[in-house]
Design a protein around this ligand. Structure first.
Ligand code: NZQ
Ligand code: ZN
Length: 387
């Protein structure tokens, strides 16, 4: 196990009716709040009204910015930064999923910066002072409710890029499983895929002797698989929704990745796809991850065989570990297909046109991943495997 520092300071309020506390929680960080949300699901569900009431009860002044799109855009972030500067906003409240939270994080960084907010994503500058953020989560998926990262797309060149800073971790996150009942099956499945992928990125490591985190990863994945099927069959099963909601946070709050090197190549490979084609990140991962696994598994067949056995109940064939490993990868792909995810680029009408460009953009800052280092030719091969 490698040395590590672990600190995840996000306060979690989990369970029924917890959003009633949003005004009080937000008021710890100031008087003026930027209420940030997406394309309208929170208005349809009635959540928006409950949030506004709670903020009013806490005597908070509200500035609003809705309209965050999945794969959030830097143009709306710039609007948010201007609003924060103009109104001297003290705190940002993100109500929605990863896209809304990531947009809020980028605004939080830009609010104290004189230059263009995209500079954070190109590495030209880094965060020093940021606005505090609170979250009411409506989709278990990206894990942004406790992560330090944000992923934003620049329409100019279709660059989907991430940047992280510890100060961007939300101060609090409200997680009520009932708020996820209205999620369409496809979005639920995209979330299940994304949280699984966050564990895969940590599980496939070159760090040795990390048995506890291996077992925690395997247990979380097994829960996601069994409870994921349940929520798709019974969208209003509170207990199953609660398991999936908490799994999404656990998958990405860093506790499963401590003491070991993560990979993250597949995420970078996927971001080029959703950056150009604007598909859901989870759907992109359902396509890219099985292809990545097929490309790299021979690097550590024993680890892939362990994964197949402990997560997918594949019997270990000691004379042919490769067969065990390959069966595990086939089970991953079959699981994603069973929950309605595309598993090939052709399933979402993506052909080879931009493969070269995506592989070049993905690797322009250097090779990807760490389990196996991937150069442009490798990334291109993975896109071809995912055809
Ligand atoms: O915009 P609205 O109308 O709210 O609809 C959203 C959106 O269309 C809808 N939705 C959310 N909650 C709902 C609901 N519909 C009905 N009922 C509800 N309760 O779902 C759609 C998708 O929302 P989005 O926020 O885009 O989903 P997700 O949480 O999957 O976020 C995806 C983004 O997060 C990034 C991804 O790249 C992608 O841009 N990621 C962020 C990470 C981070 N910051 O740590 C890590 C991840 O790996 C990921 O890259
Ligand atoms: Zn992800």
């Amino acid at each position: 196990m490698d040395n590590f520092t672990f600190q995840n300071a996000t306060k979690i309020l989990f369970g029924k009716d917890q959003e009633q506390a949003v005004g009080q929680e937000t008021s710890h960080y100031g008087k003026k709040v930027l209420l940030h949300y997406g394309g309208g699901s929170i208005k349809k569900s009635g959540l928006y009204d409950r949030i506004k009431n709670s903020l009013a009860e806490a005597k908070l002044e509200v500035v609003e910015l809705g309209g965050v799109k999945p794969n959030p855009l830097v143009s709306l972030v710039r609007e948010g930064v201007d609003l924060c500067k103009e109104h001297n906003v003290d705190v940002i409240l993100a109500v929605g999923g990863g896209s809304v939270i990531d947009s809020a994080k980028a605004i939080a960084a830009g609010a104290y910066y004189e230059g263009d907010v995209w500079d954070f994503f190109t590495g030209k500058t880094t965060a020093t002072q940021t606005l505090p953020i609170g979250v009411v989560l409506t989709i278990p998926a990206a894990g942004s409710e406790t992560s330090s990262g944000t992923v934003v797309t620049n329409e100019d060149g279709q660059y989907k890029r991430s940047f992280g800073h510890d100060s961007l971790r939300p101060k609090f996150a409200i997680l009520n499983p009932e708020l996820t009942y209205t999620l369409p099956a496809y979005q639920t499945a995209c979330g299940i895929t994304d949280m699984s992928a966050h564990i895969f990125e940590r599980y496939f490591t070159n760090t040795k002797k990390v048995d506890l985190t291996d077992r925690l990863c395997e247990a979380t994945l097994r829960t996601i698989v069994s409870q994921g099927k349940k929520v798709l069959e019974h969208p209003e099963d509170y207990d199953a929704r609660a398991e999936i909601l908490w799994a999404g946070t656990i998958a990405h709050n860093d506790s499963l990745g401590v003491g070991r090197e993560g990979d993250w190549g597949s995420h970078d490979i996927e971001h080029e796809v959703s950056g150009i084609y604007d598909i859901a990140h989870g759907a992109g991962l359902a396509i890219i991850f099985p292809a990545w696994m097929k490309y790299v598994y021979e690097h550590d067949v024993a680890r892939f065989a362990q994964f197949a056995n402990r997560v997918w109940d594949v019997e270990i064939d000691t004379r042919d570990l490769k067969a065990t490993a390959e069966e595990g990868i086939a089970r991953v792909e079959a699981f994603f297909a069973s929950i309605g995810m595309p598993t090939r680029l052709s399933h979402v009408d993506i052909d080879e046109t931009h493969f070269e460009e995506m592989a070049a953009k993905a690797t322009e800052r250097g090779p990807l991943g760490s389990f196996v280092k991937l150069h442009k030719e490798d990334v291109l091969a993975i896109y071809k495997l995912a055809k």
